[in-house]
Design a protein around this ligand. Structure first.
Ligand code: HPA
Length: 261
């Protein structure tokens, strides 16, 4: 692929979540490939998910950036949801950084905060590894003890610190969606150990672990989760808050990429 020969094989893979897609424009020497032109790549139907693969450099690091993703709630299969991450892994990325928009459950997680994901609870009811195992990708029963790499966690924390951004930490819980959760479901998730809630990320993290690719992940807390806010949840609020943190979010990712150089 011409885009790859220009910058070299990507070392960093990045998945940009709801409202966070504009970060891709920070790549230098970039080639932008619409998913619709890439065979097999599913195209998102959600506003705020552009649907392009960008190949370029973040600082000096060759990177492949997924601007937008497809979700299980769009009716896509788990195989479609993880297709992009599997492509990035096969391109040889050494680090996957996944981002998303999430509702804050823990009281200190307020709209506009960034949270490094330390672990997850999968309440989506699905797992992308169900079915025959493809031994070329990884083992039948992959270990998920350190699904979010402790080494990359140290890099993310140091990156945030270096640009003066507070990076909280917490457990992310994925529901299937697309309806937002009920207050009772949020209370259940809280009791299960969740600090933030969303509708993505877990399948991608599972396949990256399966393929032996270390994962870092950041949630942008866009709203208080259901039952914890005074107003009803809306996608507009999610998109608005994500746009508001664009700058600090971008600075953290820039500093993170620089540490991988
Ligand atoms: N719930 C589920 N997904 C989300 C939320 C939420 O509160 N906020 C952003 N994505």
């Amino acid at each position: 692929m011409l885009a790859l020969s220009k910058v070299g094989a990507p070392r960093l893979g990045l998945v940009l979540g709801s409202g966070l897609g504009r970060y891709a424009e920070r790549l230098s020497g970039a080639t932008r490939l619409p998913y619709s032109e890439l065979r097999g790549f599913p195209v998102s139907t959600v506003p705020g998910h552009a649907g392009c693969l960008w190949i370029g450099r973040l600082g000096s690091v060759p990177a492949a950036v997924m601007q937008g993703r497809v979700h299980l709630y769009e009716g896509r299969s788990t195989a479609e949801v993880v297709f992009g991450v599997r492509v990035l892994a096969q391109l040889g990325i050494e680090t996957l950084c996944v981002t998303n928009a999430a509702g804050g459950i823990r009281p200190d997680l307020e709209p506009g905060d960034l949270m490094r994901i330390t672990d997850h609870v999968n309440l989506s009811g699905q797992n992308p590894l169900v079915g025959p195992n493809d031994d070329r990708f990884g083992p039948r029963f992959p270990d998920m003890t350190a699904a979010y790499s402790p080494e990359l966690a140290r890099h993310l924390d140091a990156a945030a610190d270096s640009v003066g951004v507070r990076l909280a930490t917490g457990v992310y819980c994925q529901f299937l969606g697309p309806s937002y959760e009920t207050p009772a479901e949020i209370e259940m998730a809280r009791r299960a150990g969740a600090d933030a809630v969303g509708m993505s990320t877990v399948p991608e993290v599972i396949v990256a672990n399966h393929m032996g690719v270390p994962v870092a992940a950041v949630s942008c807390i866009t709203n208080r989760a259901a039952g914890l806010a005074s107003r009803p949840l809306s996608h507009a609020e999610v998109a608005e808050t994500a746009a508001r943190v664009e700058h600090s979010f971008g600075n953290v990712l820039d500093a993170f990429a620089a540490r991988l150089a």
